[in-house]
Design a protein around this ligand. Structure first.
Ligand SMILES: [Zn+2]
Length: 335
């Protein structure tokens, strides 16, 4: 495999003169999804799904790259002698596995992915390949994520016990926040949901792409210096960065919830002062990592970031050769 290299910008496909999710500015960037650690501004050309291009424009402005090339799921594009394609990865709106075909070898960079149901994005698609490049954010046997619908039901049960208290849910602005809202709607919660101003643009973008989020209202936490009456008993969603600010302290006695796969780790919930850990992950857990590798059935597995050792060992036990790429710069906290 002399045509794939790791350089200062990360994973480089030499005959395509392109990088996948580059960590530094490059000429041609193939981007799996819109999270900030994968989609950085300033590349000359970005090739990504139309949704990912729209997310990058919403976050960085229209001039985030000189050339923007949309590539839809199932479409192919030729770069030099390399064919490039996209398949859904089930992580967030527009997220893609990047399929690279060169000299009878198919390599897939899955980016961040998950297998559990998510009403806000297309489900992960199994594409057989020779080399499967996987993340391992939750690559330890202790990580097993519960059914998302059951987690939302658990939250709504607690809400019914405290009808007067507002529920303040910390959730990342891109992907997690919209997934929490869509899951609440799917569970039959029809009241307006209040969102922090930092979520407005991305919620609008999801709705423009046909993701139903129901009625959203701005969560203004005060009304002339007093806590807003409208927020009593309401569900409020805010980015994690707003959770311990003046804005949040003005809410009267909210129930503090945080939505993350890491909430399975009690210590992390405690550190954040979370009363109700909502275990909701946009990454594959241990069982889903292994099930995915079995289904994709690659000749070789490369692990990009996360907890590589256990996953590499599990692959080898199954007769699949595996190695760590140890790419630094992808943020496991973005979850
Ligand atoms: Zn991500």
């Amino acid at each position: 495999m002399d045509w794939v290299k790791i350089d200062r910008a990360g994973l480089s496909i030499l005959p395509a003169a392109a990088h996948i999710d580059p960590l530094a500015k490059v000429q041609v960037a193939l981007i799996t999804h819109g999270h900030a650690d994968h989609a950085r501004p300033g590349h000359h050309q970005v090739i990504a799904t139309p949704e990912t291009l729209a997310i990058m424009a919403a976050r960085y402005g229209d001039d985030f790259a000189e050339i923007k090339t949309p590539l839809r799921y199932g479409e192919k594009l030729k770069l030099g002698d390399v064919h490039v394609g996209m398949a859904p990865s089930g992580h967030i709106l527009g997220s893609a596995q990047i399929i690279v075909e060169y000299q009878n070898t198919r390599l897939i960079a899955a980016g961040d992915y998950k297998r559990k149901s998510d009403p806000t994005c297309a489900a992960f698609e199994i594409v057989p390949c020779d080399i499967f490049i996987t993340e391992a954010t939750f690559g330890l046997p202790v990580f097993r994520h519960p059914d998302p619908k059951a987690e939302i039901k658990r939250l709504l049960n607690v809400k019914s016990l405290f009808p007067e208290r507002s529920i303040l849910i910390g959730a990342y602005a891109l992907g997690k926040a919209q997934r929490v809202i869509a899951l609440l709607r799917a569970a039959g919660y029809n009241a307006p949901i209040h969102i922090h101003g930092a979520l407005q643009n991305l919620c609008n973008l999801y709705q423009e792409y046909g993701i139903e989020l129901g009625e959203l209202r701005p969560a203004t936490s005060t009304n002339r210096g007093k806590p807003s009456q409208e927020l009593e008993g309401a569900i409020i969603i805010a980015p994690p960065s707003a959770m311990n600010t003046v804005w949040a302290r003005r809410l009267s006695d909210p129930l503090n919830v945080f939505a993350s796969g890491w909430m399975q780790v009690r210590q992390r919930a405690k550190q954040r002062g979370v009363e109700f850990p909502l275990i909701l992950s946009d990454h594959a857990d241990w069982d889903d990592l292994l099930a995915t590798i079995e289904a994709v059935n690659p000749g070789e597995v490369w692990v990009t970031h996360g907890r590589e050792d256990a996953l590499i060992h599990a692959c080898q036990q199954r007769g699949i050769s595996a190695r760590a790429l140890s790419l630094i710069g992808y943020d496991e906290a973005m979850e």
